[in-house]
Design a protein around this ligand. Sequence first.
Ligand SMILES: O=C(O)CCC(=O)C(=O)O
Length: 291
Amino acid sequence: MKTLSTGASQPMMTRVEDPATASVDLQELELRGATKSSETRRAAVDLFDRYGLCWRRSAIQGELLQRCRDASEERLHRCLSEVKRRGKPALERGTDNGYAEIVARAPGRYDMLYGTDVAPFDEAPLRGETPWRPLVDELLGGEATLLFCGLLMTLGGAAEQPWHTDGEHLFGPEVPTLPPHCLNVFVPLVDITPEIGGTELCPGSHHLTRGVPGIYEQSSEHMRTIGWRGRPLPLEIPAGSALLFDYRLLHRGLANRTDRVRPILYFTFCRPWFRDMHNFPGRRLFGPNSG
Ligand SMILES: O=C(O)CCC(=O)C(=O)O
């Protein structure tokens, strides 16, 4: 892919001919202008169309990052202690083995909604006029609804995860790729380095995941099944950046080769009519109706 210099804050890119061989680097996917500007919003739509992702640095900063880090570890500790206190088996991989508040996505990888509806996660810089909101609104047709606010907690020593998408296309392969109906905003709470292991993404793969049964289940076969032969993109971005990616994009979490937990705060936004059927079960860990 070529980048043409326009002299403006956004690079202008030529079309990717074949999403199966997409190869792009983080620099080309970075939005640098104000996210409210129509030029930046248009650039986000264009990058989503081609690659299914884009990102912005410095979306949240400073002491809020530290408070989110501390709170994320405290919430994880509370969930895991509650499982033990109630004499339940340790959380095993998969939605069916988890709770509405927390699911293990792989050994040492937890996806947690618990305690994200209160401080610091409900504060204005995360829920009000955030830098990602104008992009989300533009990408989702102006009426985006928050579906989940959660934390991906990857423990030190966790192995890499198999490939998967977070959701399916709305229709089968007979319908061309539609604009996004659901997307994630990932905000890493620590710097993402090769050692701590970021999310690895297959740019353009959202055009190839249409109508593939079980594409949201983890499998090492998905890349071959969909015929994607591009260059996987490991996400190495500073703490407080915001990565936006399409729910239908193939991705996985890389191994955490440190002895520290890797917390990622995330927001899942969708068009108002969309319901997610796969990611969290109904049974509760906390409260009077806990199961
Ligand atoms: O932790 C990551 O980087 C991605 C995790 C993920 O995709 C998942 O748990 O479904």
